[in-house]
Design a binder for this molecule. Structure first.
Ligand SMILES: [Zn+2]
Length: 349
């Protein structure tokens, strides 16, 4: 019955999939309210056990839960709030190594962490997957909220391009936080997640909300995309050299075959041509069969492509380059040139 929301938005929530990284001060209110709101799937990432010092701000947990895994307690509480919500738990630390697999399959990610390596890993994985993430952080009596990695909007590295050195920014554990602060910021994050899932209102894309609870003052500052952002900018330094196909004549390839890391020679001619003449060390994969057989090849290896005169092999090399192979050699002149320049015993046709 809520005007501007209604059954359609409620239906979208039921199909929504939200990943919450961190089941602590921010994750507790965010997860509780998203479950109560009817979000269909909530995934939680955490490794902690409940400690008595958590209880003033992590209201998913109570005194009898001290010593239990937060994920176990959180799953019970969220099911008690809403038995229909599907809760996935991941007893791991999100890192650059596993972030992509954790964020995949979600519509929105909530950054409820308290450390920078995790936050940067969330940012980079969400950018790569095109998933917006709702950032929140708290310290003492203050908090911040924003939405990063949304289409057209800035990312976290646009605001803070470089990760601070370990120890230069005190954590909540070191300088404390008033218990209501993560409650309020976590609910701002839940609000943004609901807005993103249901496409209502204006999400905090391109704005950082700063909340000062001692003064009860909050204001928004604009955050623009940086053209030179290391992860989402227009002028990025490529992390890999541009891929290209190396062109070698048969004599050069013959020399490579005696070296430490010899290329694998793939002959892309037809069977009848191969029957006429072939290099004993070569493997036959006719050009027409390459797409079907490519999964048998190892993209980390070096391949030298061979045909009659070097045209079909170049087509094969181009196709492989577009499908993840980076160490590719075209044998210019093909087996005909091989016969002329390297091994005259090979018949020509
Ligand atoms: Zn950026």
């Amino acid at each position: 019955m809520l005007r501007g929301f209604g059954p359609a938005a409620q239906e979208r929530l039921a199909h929504g999939r939200v990943l919450i990284v961190g089941a602590g001060g921010l994750g507790s209110p965010a997860a509780s309210y998203l479950a109560a709101a009817g979000v269909g799937t909530i995934s939680l990432v955490d490794t902690d056990v409940v400690d008595v010092t958590n209880l003033h701000r992590q209201l998913l947990y109570t005194t009898p839960d001290v010593g239990r895994a937060k994920l176990d307690v959180a799953r019970e509480r969220l099911h008690a709030i809403n038995p229909q919500v599907v809760v996935h738990t991941h007893d791991t630390r999100l890192s650059a190594a596993n972030a992509a697999s954790l964020v995949a399959g979600h519509d929105v990610v909530i950054d409820a962490t308290d450390n920078f390596p995790t936050r940067y890993a969330i940012n980079d994985a969400c950018l790569a997957h095109g998933i917006p993430f709702v950032y929140g952080s708290v310290a003492r009596f203050d908090g911040q909220v924003s939405v990063f990695a949304a289409p057209g909007g800035p990312c976290y590295r646009c605001l803070f391009p470089v990760m601070p050195a370990p120890g230069t920014v005190p954590t909540c554990a070191e300088e404390g936080v008033l218990g209501v602060v993560p409650g309020i910021i976590g609910l701002h994050q839940a609000t943004e997640a609901i807005k993103l899932l249901t496409a209502i209102g204006t999400p905090l894309v391109g704005h950082l909300l700063l909340v000062d609870l001692l003064a009860q003052d909050s204001h928004r500052i604009a955050v623009a995309r940086r053209p030179d952002c290391p992860t989402c900018g227009d002028v990025r330094i490529p992390s890999l050299p541009p891929m290209s196909i190396q062109h070698c004549n048969p004599a050069d390839v013959a020399a490579l075959l005696t070296g430490d890391d010899p290329p694998i020679i793939i002959d892309v001619r037809e069977q009848w041509e191969y029957d006429l003449v072939h290099l004993p060390i070569s493997t036959l994969i006719p050009l027409s069969a390459l797409a079907a057989k490519a999964s048998d090849l190892d993209p980390s290896r070096s391949y030298a492509l061979l045909c009659h005169h070097g045209m079909r092999s170049e087509m094969a090399a181009n196709w492989l380059m577009q499908h993840g192979f980076s160490r590719l050699i075209n044998i210019d002149g093909g087996i005909d040139a091989w016969s002329l320049d390297v091994d005259p015993s090979l018949p020509r046709y």
